[in-house]
Unconditional design. Sequence first.
Length: 342
Amino acid sequence: MHIEARTLDEAVARNAFTGVATVDVGERRTLERCEGFLHRGLRVPMTADTRIAIASGSKAFTALAVMRLVEDGTIGLGQRVRGLLGDDLPLIADAVTIEHLLTHTSGIGDYLDESADWEATDFVLTVPVHMLTTAEAFLPLLGGHPQQAAPGERFAYCNGGYMVLAVLLERVTRMTYHDAVRRLVVDPAGLERTGFLPLNDLPGDAAPGYVLDEGDLVNTLHLPVLGNGDGGAFTTAADLHRFWCAFLDGRIVTRDTVAEMIRPRHDVPGEGLRYGMGFWLHAVHPALVLEGYDAGASFRSTHIPGTRTTLSVLGNSTEGAWPVIRTFAAAVDAEPRRPGNS
């Protein structure tokens, strides 16, 4: 995997990248860049082991927790969610299944419509953010959005669908979403520096998310105080590489389930990617992708299973990481395709 130093320098400078960019191959780190500040006001420099929020990148954790319950027979992929929702969220069609939610084909209305115009400085949540500490607390936000398409009709990326999955996780496990993900995903994968941290009480090794490229405005009032089913976990570059290896080695779910989750199901031309179940897939290469974008977060991690290579860019500002992400993506695109892979 070759990334020109000059090209990377230009990408870092373009949007004043603040964050961590790494390439890990097997047990060896072949590239590491730490730029900007973990904390701007105190001018604390970024380090490779800084914990940074990954926004929607952690949807994979939700999908994996659900699939753990599918594997043990607690729930079924074809199970209709109405039986678990009861009278809650009555606008969700009765035919919507857990698999529909996992694959963004439920057709339900989204409480955070990513197709709408959005500015990083917008306040998009309609309830006090400090109240959003469990999945159940999101029910007032998730309700009132009419069904947009018949279940299974088409792919439409839906944050609300993953929040509904989080509600179901809480009801089935009788744990908070965060405790369920820790038990079912984070601990089995050995991710010691990954978890959901309160935005209003971050530890010293976690980076606040800066809304703009300059200044000290952080995202505390723009996002739920605790991330949940549709994103918001904090992690490190090392833990991301550890996660990919644990996932593909069958240490979170079985290898058969892994194969099902990374099977290409939908082409998504607008993203230049394909989608499986909880994971994005490269358009032509056998590479897996996690991506996140939010106020104060810009993130992508790409893993190439054949060489156990992970390229991760974790940015603690809304826009700063994208030139670096595109530079890394171009390096993946330039890799020769292996015969028999698609």
